[in-house]
Design a binder for this molecule. Structure first.
Ligand code: SAM
Length: 299
């Protein structure tokens, strides 16, 4: 197993395959569950946005969307368990397997669509994952870009500018404040709402600070979310070291075998705390820790 500089196991190969089978089989074995736990929070935020703005089908931008897992969960009447099952029953390999899967996924996207679901644009640096998710009918638009490294092109900027709600699961760490600020800057002051599920090993400070500079208020929910099991004792040990370095107490959480994430919600100041009542949890205003290691959490 290879590990990145934070101690997390390197799974990059599962995000760049021509079809999602390896993604779902690998993550299923690790009991990856954050998209499913995130789903009711994203849905409540969508409802709140519809109510506040009168927009029936808000445009969601999913950063690091991969094969469209969040889009599938939000637009279709489906659970992550069903998706794990769905992709576990495929045979063959290569192009024929991809075509067989796409046929099944297009049927799924047609038959299980929730009429009130949002539109979802996916941003990812993986062309194969985006191309699959769009062809399957999970995504309404794609932005193939690495906004860590580059400003968006004019066409990418136009696509990003439509975002009304920006979400992510499992992606902060790969992306930083660079990507978030480039997205906000592309929306020309419209300030899309944001909901990011972030592993505790990746400080949110630099993103929170950039959002505050642009007029956002951010809160962190007072609960933690299991993301997945550690891939090995070695990964757990390395991540516990990272958490210790940044002063995060793993008692009862990461030391029990699971990576844990927090939910950060950011939106323009008007009524910033009001929508939290709908999320059924307490939350505290997010303040940047002084002297924290803000910047790229991947080191
Ligand atoms: C851990 S996966 C999370 C995928 C999905 N959101 C989920 O919850 O399963 C991280 C994703 O971020 C993408 N990614 C990595 N670096 C990126 C970047 N600089 N910009 C956009 N996406 C990136 C990867 O291709 C991958 O699809």
């Amino acid at each position: 197993m290879d590990f990145d500089t934070t101690g997390k196991v390197c799974l990059d190969h599962i995000y760049t395959a021509p079809d999602p089978c390896e993604y779902y089989s690998t993550l299923g074995r690790l009991d990856y569950c954050i998209p499913q736990l995130a789903k009711p929070y994203f849905e409540t935020l969508l409802d709140r946005y519809r109510h506040s703005t009168g927009t029936p089908s808000p445009m969601v931008l999913d950063i690091g969307c991969s094969y469209g897992v969040n889009a599938a969960l939000l637009k279709l009447d489906l659970s992550l368990e069903e998706l794990y099952e769905h992709y576990s029953t495929v045979t063959g390999a290569g192009g024929p397997r991809r075509n067989e899967l796409l046929d099944r996924d297009r049927a799924l996207a047609r038959t299980r669509r929730v009429p009130t679901g949002p539109r979802v644009v996916g941003l990812d640096s993986s062309a194969p994952a985006l191309s699959y998710a769009a062809a399957a009918g999970f995504l309404d638009g794609i932005v193939h870009a690495d906004l860590e490294a580059h400003d968006p092109s004019p066409a990418q900027r136009t696509a990003l500018s439509t975002a009304e709600i920006v979400i992510s699961t499992g992606c902060v760490g790969y992306v930083t404040d660079q990507t978030i600020t480039r997205i906000i800057d592309a929306t020309d002051g419209r300030m899309p709402w944001m909901a990011h599920f972030v592993l505790r090993m990746f400080p949110f400070d630099a993103i929170g600070e950039s959002l505050a500079d642009r007029g956002y208020e951010t809160v962190r929910l007072e609960r933690l979310f299991r993301q997945r099991r550690f891939a090995s004792p070695e990964e757990q040990s390395l991540v516990l070291d990272t958490l210790s370095d940044i002063g995060v107490d793993p008692t009862g959480t990461e030391d029990s075998g699971w990576l844990h994430a927090e939910l950060f919600l950011s939106r323009p100041p008007v009524g910033a705390s009001r929508h939290l009542a709908d999320l059924g949890a307490t939350a505290t205003p997010f303040r940047v820790r002084s002297g924290s290691g803000a910047g790229s959490p991947r080191g």
